[in-house]
Design a protein around this ligand. Sequence first.
Ligand code: GLY
Ligand code: MN
Ligand code: MN
Length: 436
Amino acid sequence: MDKNLYSEHLATLKSRYDDILEQCGFETLNVFSGKPSVQFLDDNYYPFRVNPQFKALVPVTDNPHSWVIYRRGQKPKLLFYRPVDFWHYVPPAPQTFWSDEYDIELLSKPADAKQFLSADNAAFLGETNGLEDWSVGTPNPEELLARLHWARAYKTPYEMACLREANRIAVKAHRAAEAAFREGASEFEINLAYLNAAGQGENQMPYGNIVGLNEHAAILHYTHLNTARLPEAERRSFLIDAGADCNGYCADITRSYAYRDGEYAELVAAMDEKEQELVAGLKPGTPYPDLHLECHHKVGELLNRFGVIKSSAESAVESGLTRPFMPHGLGHFLGLQVHDVGGHQTAPEGGITPPPEQYPFLRTSRTVEENQVFTIEPGLYFIDSLLADLKNSDLASEVNWDKVDALRPFGGVRIEDNVIVHKDRIENMTRDCYAQ
Ligand code: GLY
Ligand code: MN
Ligand code: MN
């Protein structure tokens, strides 16, 4: 990564952090990377996931027991954990594109951090577990966190470069996964092909990869990874929702594939078109929930066009008939976390604006602005539990159940891209990578 790009990024962060600390009445921010948690009645650890507030400052995602000490107006200090340890890998002292920006102190024991930390006018960001007797400042002050979360929605050029690179890695891996599917691999094998092409392990993935064949495409967060290969005659559909990491930034991409031509293949192609229309609607000033509603209209059109429902798109949205077919939100903020923070936040200082009552799972109630990064991920699924409820409802007569039964074995379809909103254009990072 380019050193100057990071340097400019940190300058932007410093100005944000200085303002926010002043607004919240603090001088110092002590940010802990976190530490691995031991498994119950065991001596092994759960996979380590870094505190997002730590990786927001320094692109280190895999080194527990480290700290950033940020003092208003000063060069930040990084306490970087480097134990003498013959059991585990110990990372070298950082010497890379970001390391000149920090005063780096190496810690050989976790408790060595105490000599550098002070609670004077300080806030602490991180999990307090195990630090109860440390002097680190006010833990996770609500307004401070709200202001940091709000600011994180506006990505810097460095962050955009990281997100583009995460997309490049993920698209390469999605291509390998599609090839494995076409060769008849199992879900488990497809996932291995994905990870191998990404060059990242499953604990580096931003979320558990969703790799579903046939009916499994209807399970929104299906992460089971069946090891069985399907005989060719039984191969119908494949939905993969999988990302990648670059310097702690996430990709979150979904593709759906038909094994052979036919109605499901047409549905995938039609959804792909609708998804691109929705991406084009992502403009500064648009309330994201409006776009979500637009998405339901498009899902209604598809349901009607493919003969799944008798109602027009309009009346299907009105009656709620589209909802069992697309129960999740159109998309969400994307960044250091796959569902990046602040999607429901009302103002920099806090407050929550819930999504519309009919769409409780929509993660974004904010108005779209320049430099924000979103996913756009319309879907249409045949989910047994939701269809059973629909069959018992007043809307049952609006559904062609034979058509539902014909499409049910394909599970569903979702197409998901990662998009940057610029002042006068939309950048679809995912499609740009597919075009290369
Ligand atoms: N991969 C989870 C999501 O798309 O939100
Ligand atoms: Mn996804
Ligand atoms: Mn997503």
